[in-house]
Ligand binder design. Structure first.
Ligand code: MN
Length: 205
């Protein structure tokens, strides 16, 4: 099990077929302002691949884009809405189909309002992850060991949690409504970037 850091694209054939776990790190929370710095990927086999983009990158990354856009590969995220928007804005591909562990958690863990990745990993898998590097400088020309480990840990547990959450959704009879939410996420992400980030277009107001 290792963490691989790549510059500007994924090497061809780096990933096994099947479901992928995806996360991104950016310069901040405003997608159109805050550039995409890192895309993290796990194929569930125990390695994590980090693809770093430099300041001024043209975001060519043909191998990464092909994998992200592959309609045959389910992509797992924790809060897919943000990552889909960043990937679409900077890489120009919609990285679907989607399973979002945060939405699944909200649909089945109705006994808590703690749906952060750290809380979910702790409850479902009994593992501890650190969020200390979350707000560090992801645009730096070199990522330190703590940043690389943090970035990798954000995709390390999504496959295991996906398996558990699929069972929990089925147990609670919420598989279909969860799927409908996941299917809407690309549209929700596009609305965010198009200027409706803070407006709920379904609300009466
Ligand atoms: Mn992350």
């Amino acid at each position: 099990m290792a963490v691989y850091l790549h510059e500007e694209d994924l090497p061809e054939g780096a990933l096994a077929p099947g479901i992928l776990a995806i996360d991104t790190e950016t310069m901040g929370l405003v997608t159109t302002r805050d550039r995409l710095c890192l895309v993290q990927i796990s194929d569930g086999g125990g390695d994590e691949h980090l693809v770093r983009f430099n300041a001024g990158s043209r975001f060519a990354a043909p191998n990464l884009k092909a994998v992200l856009a592959d309609p045959a590969r389910l992509k797992l995220y924790h809060f897919a809405r943000f990552d889909l928007a960043a990937v679409h804005h900077y890489l120009g591909v919609m990285a679907a189909p989607v399973f979002c562990t945060k939405i699944a958690s909200k649909l089945v863990r109705t006994y808590t309002d703690r749906h952060g990745l750290k809380d979910l990993v702790r409850e479902l898998l009994g593992k501890e992850i650190s969020k200390q590097q979350q707000s560090s400088d992801w645009g730096a020309p070199a990522l330190n060991d703590a940043q690389q480990e943090y970035a990798a840990s954000d995709v390390r547990y999504l496959h295991a949690m996906h398996a558990i959450l699929v069972d929990r959704l089925a147990r609670e009879g919420r598989t279909e409504i969860a799927q409908a939410c996941f299917d809407f996420l690309p549209t929700r992400a596009l609305l965010d970037v198009a200027g409706w980030a803070d407006r709920d277009i379904f609300s009466h107001e």
